[in-house]
Design a binder for this molecule. Structure first.
Ligand code: FES
Length: 201
C-alpha cells in the first residue's frame, strides 16, 4: 500500500476516533479508551512493582476485572488487557492474546510463549497510550496485530512486536509466561523498558 493511501486511511480513522473521544473529552481527562474499558494514565513518579515469576494474571477491565485468567478463558485469536495480580498499576498493564504457536517468529522470544499465549506491555512506546489487540484485518494488515489509537502505531505480534507503522520508536517489551494451576502467569518481568523513554527513543 502506498504511503499516501496509508496516511489517508489513518486520517479517516483519526477523524472517527476524534469523534468518539471528543464527547467524553478522553484526552483532556488523561485516560486511554480501549475496547475493554478505560485505563487511567500514570500519575506521579511512583516506582513500578516488578513482575516476578509466578505472578498470576488477572483481567484489567470489564466485568471480570481482578479475576484470574484461566487457560480455558481465551480461545484462539482472543486477547485481553491484564495485570499481574496484586500489582495493578498502569506501567504493569499487559496485552495478552492466544494464537497458533507456529505463527510466532524471531525476534519474538519463543521461550516466553506458552501454549500459544503471548504477552507484551500494553503501553505504547511512543507516548504511553494503551494498545489494542486486533485479531483480524485492519487497513492493509491482514494478520493479528496491536494498534495504538492515539497516533496509529501498528506492532507485529508475531515478530517481537516490531513497529510496522506509525511513530512508535521501538517494539513493545515482551513478558515471559507460564501456566500455574491452569491460570496464566508471568515467568518473570518484561524484557525491556516500558513505554516512552526520555528523549523519545
Ligand atoms: S501514543 Fe501510541 S502512537 Fe502515539
Amino acid at each position: 500500500m502506498s504511503e499516501k493511501k496509508f496516511k489517508d486511511i489513518h486520517a479517516s480513522r483519526r477523524a472517527i476516533l476524534k469523534g468518539l473521544l471528543g464527547a467524553a473529552g478522553a484526552g483532556a481527562l488523561g485516560c486511554m479508551v480501549v475496547p475493554f474499558g478505560t485505563i487511567k494514565s500514570p500519575s506521579g513518579k511512583k516506582k513500578r512493582q516488578k513482575i516476578v515469576k509466578g505472578d498470576k494474571l488477572v483481567y484489567a477491565v470489564g466485568p471480570n476485572a481482578g479475576k484470574e485468567i484461566k487457560v480455558s478463558d481465551l480461545a484462539l485469536n482472543k486477547g485481553t488487557l491484564a495485570f499481574p495480580k496484586g500489582k495493578e498499576e498502569h506501567n504493569n498493564l499487559i496485552v495478552l492474546f492466544h494464537a497458533k504457536e507456529s505463527e510466532f517468529q524471531k525476534p519474538t522470544k519463543l521461550n516466553y510463549i506458552t501454549k500459544g499465549f503471548c504477552a507484551y506491555s500494553a503501553i505504547c512506546t511512543h507516548m504511553g497510550c494503551t494498545v489494542e489487540w486486533y485479531p483480524e484485518k485492519q487497513f492493509s494488515f491482514d494478520f493479528p496485530h496491536l494498534f495504538c489509537p492515539c497516533h496509529q502505531s501498528v506492532y507485529d505480534v508475531f515478530h517481537g512486536a516490531k513497529v510496522l507503522a506509525g511513530p512508535a520508536p521501538r517494539p513493545l517489551p515482551q513478558l515471559p509466561l507460564m501456566i500455574s494451576d491452569e491460570v496464566i502467569a508471568a515467568a518473570g518481568d518484561f524484557d525491556g523498558p516500558i513505554g516512552p523513554l526520555p528523549g523519545g527513543k
